[in-house]
Design a protein around this ligand. Structure first.
Ligand SMILES: *Cc1c(COP(=O)(O)O)cnc(C)c1O
Length: 483
């Protein structure tokens, strides 16, 4: 934004402290196609539809038209025969769970539903269980591959299971669960099966097209079956604001058919106001993100996405090879999509310190605390803007330097006394004073300012029992929102 308007100038100034959203150096949260004019097109489309209300599709038939087009494009790529446009991956996952709960209740008479989740499933599914009153049954993953084992899922299924979730790929490790095998187990028990392809669906679908069309002379990637064409898969989420490179606020939830979709819809005629039919969790909703998604996918087209996926695949492979050669780092698993999880294989190299160090050189790699069999890692989402040979070379060089500096700095050590004290705390019973004390110990003070270096905070967080972290994190973030 360049402008003389002081209000807009203030907004521009606020952005200075943010991570860059373009250029490919922010390796999480943002998706940049690197294509000229796409962002401008999305902005213009969003502006034209900003005031259109998706609440009432009979009053604004344009939203039906746009949504049907998007669902048609997605089902042509990923199977299924119906879909819903949502505000993002989280809402798609929430609706998948809500739909399954209602389906289980109405069709199978399940009143106390369970949700079977591999421990690598996205947090959004735990949120869904909490919101919609399902009991989570967690299934461990293979500690070598970080994929769920079909037999373990089969063992977790009961008459109360409403839904089983698999990831294609998982966010934390970038590997694809055995979708076909798990879906077959679910189908055998008459249980619904959701594929979380929020991050991978659009990318993998088009990469598969690239393979089919012969874009790879050799070394073609092998893409396992993961979509709604797989028997037993009943719904699939795919975010457009990720690898379709559309403006934020755009995802699709696809279903095997409209009969399943209807169970997630809400209708209400028992009040004196307008008759309500909500396909999503929102009421009034701007059609801006829908129009932007429609415009961007229309402009890029299947051919464009196939080329973008090919580019991203090659870059992911080059990064994986390069990172494997950096002393002190290792890939946690061979990447099966466009995500990398990088761990340390040297006790003197702390991944969180590496993240702080490379951030100082203008790159953002996302720290992921250790959990279960998964050590602390750095997450990289590779998008097309980062996929140039020069960018890949630069990133590898900066990463190697950051590892060197991290080795000099040394790993963050957490005082064992803190860990011991934390283990004896009951997170549910903590009052405000104890929370203050705990946060001070963790290095999060009053005043609501984020520390310059995150490694010490992350190290403490990682050492705490997750339930305690879940009690303390909202308190720490809450301090940012003091008015
Ligand atoms: C991004 C993501 C989600 C959640 O999507 P949001 O758009 O951030 O709400 C769910 N699952 C996976 C695998 C994801 O990568």
């Amino acid at each position: 934004m360049t402008t003389d308007d002081p209000i807009l100038a203030r907004l521009t100034a606020l952005r200075a402290a943010d991570l860059p959203v373009r250029g490919g150096r922010t390796m999480a949260y943002v998706y940049d196609s690197g294509r000229e004019g796409l962002e401008e097109l999305a902005s213009a489309a969003a502006a034209a539809f900003a005031g259109v209300n998706g609440l009432d599709m009979t009053a604004f038939p344009s939203v039906v038209e746009l949504e049907n087009d998007l669902v048609r494009r997605a089902t042509a790529l990923l199977g299924g025969r119906a879909g819903t446009f949502t505000s993002g991956g989280t809402e798609s996952c929430l609706l998948a769970v809500l739909t399954a709960r209602q389906h289980a209740r109405r069709v199978r008479g399940v009143t106390d539903p369970e949700l079977v989740l591999p421990e690598t499933a996205h947090a959004a599914f735990h949120k869904a269980a909490e919101l919609f009153g399902l009991t989570v049954v967690t299934v461990p993953v293979d500690p070598g591959t970080f994929k769920v084992r079909p037999a373990d899922v089969a063992g977790a299924l009961t008459d109360r299971t409403a839904l089983v979730v698999v990831s294609a790929p998982s966010y934390a490790h970038g590997v694809i669960d055995p979708v076909a095998e798990v879906a077959a187990e679910a189908a055998r028990r008459d249980v619904l099966c959701h594929v979380d392809a929020c991050i991978g669906g659009w990318y993998l679908g088009h990469l598969r097209v690239a393979v089919r069309e012969g874009h790879f002379a050799q070394d073609a990637p092998e893409i396992p079956e993961f979509d709604l064409s797989v028997p037993g898969v009943t719904s699939l989420s795919v975010d457009l604001h990720k690898y379709a490179y559309t403006a934020k606020g755009a995802s699709l939830l696809l279903f095997r058919d409209a009969e399943l979709r209807r169970h997630g819809w809400f209708a209400h005629a028992s009040w004196p106001g307008y008759p309500v039919v909500n396909a999503t969790l929102q009421g009034t909703k701007s059609a801006g993100p829908l129009a932007a998604a429609w415009a961007v996918t229309e402009r890029v087209g299947a051919e464009g996405y196939t080329a973008l996926s090919t580019r991203v695949h090659r870059a992911t492979r080059a990064l994986a090879d390069g990172i494997g050669r950096i002393e002190g780092l290792r890939l946690l698993a061979p990447p099966e999509a466009s995500l990398l999880a990088v761990a340390s294989d040297d006790p003197d190299v702390d991944p969180f310190v590496v993240a702080d160090e490379i951030r100082g050189s203008g790159w953002y790699l996302q720290p992921q605390p250790a959990f279960g069999a998964s050590p602390a890692t750095l997450h990289l989402t590779v998008t097309a803007a980062a996929a140039g040979e020069e960018t890949v070379r630069l990133l590898l060089a900066e990463l190697e330097k950051a590892v060197g500096r991290a080795r000099e700095v040394g790993p963050v050590r957490v005082d064992p006394a803190i860990v011991e004290a934390a283990a004896s705390l009951d997170p549910e019973a903590l009052g405000p004073e104890e929370v203050d004390m705990a946060l001070a110990l963790a290095g999060v003070g009053e005043g609501g300012r984020l520390p310059e270096r995150m490694a010490p905070v992350l190290a403490v967080l990682q050492a705490l029992p997750p339930r305690l972290s879940e009690r303390l994190l909202p308190e720490a973030i809450g301090r940012l929102y003091q008015v």
